[in-house]
Design a protein around this ligand. Structure first.
Ligand code: TRP
Length: 334
């Protein structure tokens, strides 16, 4: 009997800021739902976080990385089918980055839209910010990843990883699997509750208390942010014409409960927005309660989290070492 090997997917998440409902419904929940159909590598990319030094205080980065790993486990990442690890724990990421740096034309990096927007108006910009996409290419290529589930904003980075892989293979012989550009996540695109025309954002949430619902918020805070969410003065639940805040609430409810938008829209037609907000608040607090409970337990009894991280690290390190052996051989080092 032969079975087709599972497609290997690599996902990276930065340990900057607190995880919110947009991260959960847009990425974490769909990843958890798909994890048994693929081989998954979930990586907390702490080396990428170093490119924004002011967002991180050194004593905090370690804790944040662990918190993100705990949040993923709490949300249902199953360590028997998914590897969950911290980028800096596998040294090969940095070694491969250096080798890839040497085959990546500078112009490719200077063109990156994220580099341009993040470096705009700054007096000094760390070389790491420019090199960010090469480190990301190394993350992906190190594990022969076939697919990389990312949002729209990361597509250019995946294209670069492909281009680097193709160029390296051309120069040194077949070494890397060329990853698929990206597969869209089926998750919801959650907008800010206080400004439903922008995507819910970690950095905006830092200064605006009711922009987001965070995974570690108390239920009262979650309810309050949802009840205060911006809607409009009318009463329109038609997804084609309703205001962005109402559409956002319906999407959140749909993502949590699985009920379709037309059905939600029908149920509320003629009713005030307060009723919808109430249901969304209840649904979100109920959805997050077990996740929050598990999250707290994982951080209180760190033993299990440490064990999962150690086992995953050992497993992925074997893959990383095999790739680096090929790479060193190809370029003549080591
Ligand atoms: N740049 C990604 C982001 O900000 C995070 C990331 C780092 C990543 N390495 C990756 C995503 C590899 C996918 C694959 O969202």
């Amino acid at each position: 009997m032969t079975s087709t090997p599972l497609v290997r997917a690599f996902s990276g998440v930065q340990p900057t800021g607190r995880l919110h409902l947009g991260n959960y419904l847009g990425a974490i929940k769909p990843w958890v739902e798909h994890q048994h159909a693929r081989e998954n590598l979930f990586c907390v990319v702490d080396l990428h976080a170093l490119t924004v030094p002011e967002a991180i205080k050194s004593d905090e980065l370690k804790a944040r990385s662990r918190n993100v790993a705990a949040a993923f486990l709490a949300a249902g990442i199953d360590p028997s089918v998914s590897s969950l690890f911290i980028q800096s724990h596998v040294r090969e990421h940095t070694e491969l980055t250096w080798v890839l740096n040497c085959v990546t034309p500078l112009g490719w990096l200077e063109r990156m839209t994220q580099f341009k927007s993040k470096s705009e108006g700054r007096e000094t910009v760390g070389t790491g910010l420019l090199d960010y996409p090469v480190l990301m290419a190394a993350d992906i290529l190190l594990y022969d990843s076939q697919v990389v589930p990312v949002g729209e904003d990361q597509k250019q980075h995946i294209e670069l990883a492909r281009d680097v892989a193709v160029r390296f293979n051309h120069m040194f012989g077949e070494t890397f699997v060329v990853p698929q550009p990206s597969i869209p996540l089926s998750g919801a695109r959650v907008m800010g509750f206080d400004e439903p025309t922008v995507k819910m954002s970690k950095s905006i949430a830092e200064s605006r208390p009711h922009h987001a619902v965070h995974l570690d918020d108390a239920p009262e805070k979650i309810r309050k942010s949802i009840m205060k969410s911006v809607t409009d003065a009318g009463c329109d639940y038609d997804p084609a014409t309703a205001s962005p805040g109402v559409v956002n609430l319906m999407h959140v409810l749909s993502a949590v409960s699985g009920e379709g938008i037309p059905s939600i829209s029908n149920r509320y037609t003629g009713k005030g927005y307060g009723y919808l907000k109430q249901e969304v608040a209840e649904a979100v607090t109920a959805e997050l309660a077990p996740v929050q409970d598990k999250y707290r337990r994982l951080l209180d009894e760190a033993g299990y989290l440490d064990q999962v991280l150690a086992q995953s690290t050992a497993k992925v390190r074997t893959l990383a070492e095999a790739t680096m052996t090929r790479v060193r051989h190809a370029v003549g080092i080591g």
